[in-house]
Design a protein around this ligand. Structure first.
Ligand code: MCA
Ligand code: AMP
Length: 489
């Protein structure tokens, strides 16, 4: 039989009543295992299960239950609007949606009711894949008081642990298939790089529907055996109060920590501060060092590859650099003759198993000789340190650490009856890294209405922060919009 993915649950030695705390509610590993066992018993045999990924103990229980039963998990952002949510449920063919205590009350909003609940015509915010009408989705509330001993075998390490929906440059998000063995390989490599052990208390407040908050931030704790304090939101004061040894944040969170010097100083008792999901600006690195005494560890990854590069607990941490490959990862930079920078390409045991139902997109993400094309432009120094210089496509935006496809936001805007044309870009932003700016040709609609419209159709973080109204989009002779010719945001 294969080794368990969530090692610390199989050997709950030294259990404590607050092994897991999420947004102020705590439980022991034993309680988590019991409640997750009850979830596993209810969903065993399902091909896939969606989880409404609120920052709650119920979400962790739902995910652990599905992993025990070997049912792949599709996390659904809790604030996603109908266009995004219906696409995720339809594309993944999830027929069950595990939810927290408010599940019943949300069921009408969360579960598409069938063809009548389907989003508008293709080309709008709806699915790019042309999948048929939505099937009914059964909402299954997670009850922490329910307990069952799960005795099923450890699932095949090659099986999918997650289907994570992630944005491309155009169209609706694609489901990246992440295997159990990829998760295990990544967490073990990170534990080694960061000297992450059961002695640690991990603190973060990141969303539970992406690799950072869910795979590293929850499964990492359950594999290494470290205590986990999830602060609900990644607020500096909550980080300060949690008294952890290991902290995770996206650069926006670390920027906010440096703007709150009291909170920052409280982190000086930690062992390691880790930044990832977007470039950590050098001034934030330096302010963190000044205020906390720690040079942050920076690591790099993608949904499709998990985390692949990092500086180390026992190594140099250099502003602007994401360190060296994790154990088992090989990298190369595909640079033009004589150039030092080029596309970063990778191989290794943490890579995904393709995009669900999109073989062409999967093939297109690899080179002919089998290396994964990250789409990030990088340089490798002679000492092996990697520097991420930017992205090959400007149509993938990173805002607050979230990856957002310009095309998905443009399609959502075009679904508004008043919008005739739309072009979306990422503009530099001190706090968010990039902010989403929309340029539209539209009549009789306000900026606030369009922002709320996108927030209502997609996830709130995909809303434009600014909308500029134009008479026409700049286009080339072929009629293609020329984003480089748009006026400054
Ligand atoms: C504002 N709000 C609205 C609207 N405007 N709600 C509805 N309609 C509107 N028009 C509300 C929001 O719901 C929210 O409410 C509140 O305003 C604040 O929202 P927002 O302004 O969007 O938040 P923010 O302060 O800008 O968020 C910054 C953040 C967030 C907290 C840093 O961006 C974040 O959590 N980022 C983490 C992203 C991440 O984990 N990425 C990992 C993927 P309320 O406050 O009530 O909720 S990358 C990955 O996984 C790879 C592998 C890697 O490398 O890690
Ligand atoms: P996602 O798939 O949402 O996890 O986003 C992955 C992308 O985030 C990568 O392709 C990079 O563009 C970006 N990214 C993640 N970590 C870093 C980092 N430390 N520095 C620069 N970019 C990063």
């Amino acid at each position: 039989m294969s080794a368990p993915l969530l090692t610390s649950l199989a050997e709950p030695d030294g259990d404590r009543p607050d092994a897991l705390t999420v947004a102020g509610r705590s439980c022991s590993r034993e309680a988590l295992l019991g409640a997750a066992g009850a979830v596993a018993a209810r969903i065993a045999g399902a091909p896939v299960v969606a989880v409404r990924a609120t920052p709650t103990v119920e979400t962790v229980t739902a995910v652990v239950g599905a992993l025990l039963a070997g049912v792949p998990v599709v996390p659904v952002p809790p604030d996603s609007g109908p266009a995004e949510r219906d696409h995720i449920l339809r594309d993944s063919k999830a027929a069950l949606l595990l939810t927290g205590p408010q599940g019943a009350e949300d069921a009408g909003r969360q579960a598409p009711a069938g063809p009548a609940g389907a989003p508008g015509p293709a080309g709008g915010g709806g699915p790019a894949g042309g999948a048929g009408p939505a099937a009914p989705v059964e909402t299954v509330p997670v009850d922490l008081a329910e307990r069952a001993a799960w005795t099923g075998p450890e699932p095949d390490p090659k099986a999918a642990a997650f289907i994570l929906y992630t944005s491309g440059t155009t169209g609706a998000p694609k489901g990246a298939l992440i295997s159990r063995r990829a998760v295990a390989a990544d967490l073990d490599a990170l534990a080694e790089a960061w000297a992450w052990t059961a002695e640690d208390t991990l603190v973060h407040g990141l969303p539970l529907f992406h690799v950072h908050g869910l795979v590293l931030g929850v499964l990492g704790a359950l594999r290494t055996g470290s205590r986990l304090v999830h602060t609900g939101r990644p607020a500096p004061a909550a980080y300060a109060e949690a008294g952890g040894s290991l902290y995770f944040g996206v650069p926006t969170v670390w920027h906010r920590v440096t703007q709150d010097p009291d909170a920052a100083r409280a982190l000086s008792s930690a062992r390691l501060l880790v930044s990832g999901s977007a470039p950590l600006p050098a001034p934030v690195f330096r302010d963190l060092e000044l205020l906390t005494g720690h040079r942050p560890v920076e690591r790099y990854g993608m949904t499709e590859t998990l985390i692949t590069l990092s500086t180390r607990a026992d190594g140099e941490r250099r502003p602007g650099y994401v360190g060296t490959p994790l154990s088992g990862i090989r990298t190369r930079v595909a640079a033009e003759e004589g150039a030092e920078i080029g596309e970063l390409q990778l191989t290794g045991p943490t890579l995904f198993d393709g995009y669900l139902g999109r073989p062409e997109a999967t093939t297109g993400s690899y080179t002919e000789d089998g290396w994964f094309r990250t789409g990030d432009i990088a340089a490798i120094e002679p000492d092996g340190f990697h520097r991420i210089v930017g992205r090959a496509s400007t149509d993938l935006i990173k805002s607050g650490g979230y990856r957002i496809g310009a095309g998905e936001v443009e399609n959502a805007l075009l679904d508004h009856p008043a919008v005739r044309e739309a072009a979306v870009v990422g503009a530099p932003h001190e706090d968010l890294g990039q902010q989403i700016v929309a340029y539209v040709v539209a009549d009789g609609v306000s900026e606030a209405e369009l922002i709320d419209f996108v927030a209502g159709q997609l996830s709130v973080h995909k809303r434009p922060r600014t909308v500029r109204f134009l008479d026409a989009l700049p286009r080339n002779a072929m009629g293609k919009p020329q984003k480089k010719l748009l006026p400054p945001a």
